[in-house]
Design a binder for this molecule. Sequence first.
Ligand SMILES: *Cc1c(COP(=O)(O)O)cnc(C)c1O
Length: 467
Amino acid sequence: MTHMHIAGSIHADAVQGGPQWLTVPDDLNELDLKLWPRGTHRDDLGRIVVAGVALTDTAEEHGTPVYLIDEDDFRSRARDFITAFPGWAIYYAGKALLTRRVARWAAEEGLNLDVTTMGEMRIALAGGMPAERLGLHGNNKSDAEIAFALEQGVGRIIVDSFDEINRLERACADGGHTANVLVRVTTGVEAHTHEYIATAHEDQKFGLSIMGGQALTALVRCHSSQYLQLRGIHSHIGSQIFETHGFEVAIRRTMKLASQFRTATGVELPELDLGGGFGIAYTAADTPSTTAELAASFEEMIDHECRAFGIGRPHLSIEPGRAICGPSGVAVYEVGTVKVVELEGGRSRTYISVDGGMSDNIRPALYAAEYSGALANRTSGADPVLCRVVGKHCEGGDILIRDVFLPSDVRIGDLIAVPGSGAYARSMANNYNQIPKPPVVSAKDGVTDVMLRRETLDDLMRLDVGK
Ligand SMILES: *Cc1c(COP(=O)(O)O)cnc(C)c1O
């Protein structure tokens, strides 16, 4: 455990420049274990060790920036869901982090897998995930993606619009297929998270509205189709959610919709998918519940609503992405410059520039995501200073860690490790400023193994075919 205290008067100036939740750690060298892959520690030389691998060795072997995924940590979080939700189907949301190896881990641990595009389907299948354990999502699946999914025998397709229902029926007719479908609905829940990652309020692109009546119409439409096997309702209320209240409202409204569907058709829907969005700890201020606590409250809410609506318990599924791969990943950067910027009131802020940034992790720039970080190659006895860790891109918003206390002696060549980097960082990577994307290596029992190699300038040059 890291012992934190609210900043006293000595630190008041420094903390004034940071967010309210940020406190000055008693010991900067101590790791806040809830942020890191299980088993992370510092060795005798003061180096951070993940999955038995010193991050200095990872940096030396693979260069920086580099994403390291702790295989055992990923697998253990997958197993946590399998164990805590017996009888449920757990769909790992592949968009969070997907490589062939990750798909294999997911398959081996008994997870199913959500995909959204041709690329994700191809990688998942290549990794050995059986097609019947795939769920195909997306609000604008192409004819090619739908045809491929049907040919492969993808287990279920989550439909998102009337246009798509028509498109899917045509594809089934053309190819002689039938498809298992769930209808994605919007429940009107305002999940307390960033607007761009809240997905169940009404005014956004995903799903069909329960309140507006389209959801019921779509269910009846799918039910009456000769090509579609209607399995049930799908609801995903957002991401990085800590409160179960939003899920409770979503369960109530989807169950009510299921009972209205039964009234309309005489048929009880066999399945209900409640989506993902379970929050993880990115900073000391985040306090996610355990998977077991989550499961207990879901079971209670489901029981309650089934009884309230006189509905038999449907076959249930959830779709965690971040909660499985997020904490398993650590990004490692090398410090290139340290600059102290004077602020008004005699205060200052230390800007630490590293060799990556918004091209490998756009989340802070995209939706003000917060992270923390630690000096990875050594310990330090220097005083804590409030730092901002920034990337090397041509944007003022190219920030990796907005506010973090690091030792005042951080210098060129030091390594900064950012925990919680397994989800939606490398998977959202881009080539802004023509920077090649960093590698992703898996680590287990002291050994690393590349799963996505570093992009090279040759890769970039090959794409540039114009003269
Ligand atoms: C993104 C997404 C998820 C996973 O969200 P996490 O926050 O990573 O758990 C699950 N279901 C759907 C439909 C999604 O779009």
